[in-house]
Write a protein that binds this ligand. Sequence first.
Ligand SMILES: O=Nc1c(NC[C@H](O)[C@H](O)[C@H](O)CO)[nH]c(=O)[nH]c1=O
Length: 193
Amino acid sequence: MTPIKGPGAAQSHDGTGLRVAIIHARWNEQIIDALVSGAKKQLLAAGVTEENITVETVPGSYELPIGVQRLYAASQVQASAGEGISASDLLSSSTTDLKTTATTAPKKAFDAIIAIGVLIKGATMHFEYIADAVSHGLMRVQLDSGVPVIFGLLTVLTEEQGLERAGLGSSGMHNHGEDWGSAAVELGVKRRE
Ligand SMILES: O=Nc1c(NC[C@H](O)[C@H](O)[C@H](O)CO)[nH]c(=O)[nH]c1=O
């Protein structure tokens, strides 16, 4: 029987020419790395080129909203400044701890940004406060800036739940990062229309 819960039938969108950023926290790296790989795999499969995918990191999920905000703003400056200005020069001038891996500035601002983090419930209320702050923060950045921000924050109660949702568990659950990559392409394409 087809499960009721799930992302629905896959749609196909042409990601050619899209510029997408993946910004991820560095906590719980084994799960993070699998999620980032899954998202990147879907971006490439949709035609987004390697040079149009920028990967950034922040210390933890709590830094994702400011990281997304600063990264998008830097890409807008890049777009107005044109080629040749390295993104890291632009970012370093903004006294942020974000360092992009880009070497030359593509002309476009990001069409979509995927924010990836993994929060694992501990013995205190820290998990709840970060999850709430980051969820609202990413939504605010998305609506204020107009750039689609794909919500890639896993809020899991156990390590096993996190491994399962990164496609690393024994249940065969799919890698949720792939859903996020597909969502970034769809929203990026629709934003251009
Ligand atoms: O505590 N657990 C986690 C965590 N804490 C750090 C937090 O996001 C932030 O970086 C620091 O508080 C400094 O601002 N960050 C995560 O991504 N996952 C966790 O499971």
